[in-house]
Design a binder for this molecule. Structure first.
Ligand code: SF4
Length: 327
């Protein structure tokens, strides 16, 4: 890790959806985090907790009924106030490489993977000449373990895993300073998961972005094994809020996370207790005033009717205290 400024700096990011009848959905609330050059931050949490909405906000891809507030700086650019022309021409693909959550839908259906890769290589890398572009595209495919024998397939001919690998290959082409990977291991078997996250790690560790900012990865995932393999830090999201942000070694090792929800996520893993977090996440349109995890939390008390603020690395009135911090 270096002392360079963060690649991405998010401050007070909130997203509200305005629904018919005046209902407001609090999809993301007051998110604060940085992603440093050379760092991988894994953003984890159950489906529907706001992770992908946060990613859409960073890319300027929120629907028309959404309102975003706060700040998200990528270098000197505030992604939340950038106009669509800037986002389309400078940000998507060039400054932020996106591995989307639904790769099959993201690929152009009427064109082969090869033609989409070749177009991206020519547009983002300056490679010229048919033969050179073809070689660079096949190299890009290999990096993402996309078999060259499928390069002339159309997206509808690909399995979910192959579409995932095609999307990963496309995202890596431009060498963007920020890679935003939204569930990049969906549909892959464990060997390919390992290959994919190792390739993402290599992308972050390589330090050759032209403007010297370094590279960073924000990986949104519910695959905790993939997160453990790649992440430097882990941010845990629950009901639209980041409730814990900590070093990955501490999170996955000893003493482990401090927020009851984070501990529950780990205990749900088959190689741990294989016990799911009890209950269901709350409706984002009907959140309580206090801690949204309280109905599922065995540590809840009267104090939890007040919203816990982030103190240090955790937002909880009764966080687990590691043995060595106990009086
Ligand atoms: S604030 Fe209270 S209810 Fe919420 S996670 Fe902490 S102990 Fe549980």
């Amino acid at each position: 890790m270096t002392s360079r400024p963060p690649v991405l700096s998010v401050r007070g990011l909130s997203v509200r959806f305005l629904m018919p009848g005046g209902r407001r959905i609090a999809a993301v609330t007051d998110a604060h985090f940085d992603v440093a050059a050379g760092e991988c931050l894994a953003l984890i949490g159950e489906s529907g907790c706001g992770k992908s909405v946060l990613a859409s906000a960073l890319l300027g891809l929120l629907p028309a009924n959404a309102q975003a507030a706060g700040e998200a700086r990528l270098g000197c650019l505030d992604l939340l106030t950038a106009d669509e022309r800037t986002l389309a021409r400078r940000v998507r693909g060039r400054l932020i490489g996106l591995i989307p959550q639904s790769p099959a839908a993201h690929l152009t259906p009427v064109r082969t993977v090869r033609s989409q890769l070749e177009e991206t290589v020519a547009a983002l890398t300056g490679t010229r000449g048919r033969a050179a572009v073809r070689v660079a595209s096949e190299t890009a495919a290999e990096r993402a373990a996309f078999p060259t024998g499928h390069l002339d397939s159309h997206p509808h001919e690909l399995s979910g895993g192959l579409a995932q690998r095609a999307a990963t290959a496309l995202a890596l082409v431009g060498g963007a300073p920020l890679l935003l990977a939204d569930e990049p291991t969906t549909g892959l078997d464990r060997d390919l998961v390992d290959h994919t996250v190792d390739e993402l790690r290599r992308h972050v560790d390589s330090d050759d972005h032209e403007d010297g900012t370094g590279r960073a990865l924000l990986m949104i995932t519910h695959d905790l094994m993939a997160a453990e393999r790649i992440a430097d830090r882990v941010a845990v999201m629950y009901a639209g809020r980041i409730v814990e942000l900590t070093d990955a070694r501490t999170f996955f090792g000893t003493p482990g996370p401090r927020h009851p929800y984070s501990r529950g996520l780990l205990q749900a893993l088959p190689q741990r207790a294989f016990t799911p977090v009890p209950g269901m996440p709350p409706e984002l349109g009907d959140l309580p005033d206090g801690c949204a995890f309280a109905p599922r939390c065995e540590r809840a008390s009267e104090a939890c009717t007040a919203l816990p603020s982030m103190s240090g690395q955790v937002a909880c009135h009764h966080p687990h205290v590691p043995e060595d911090l106990r009086a």
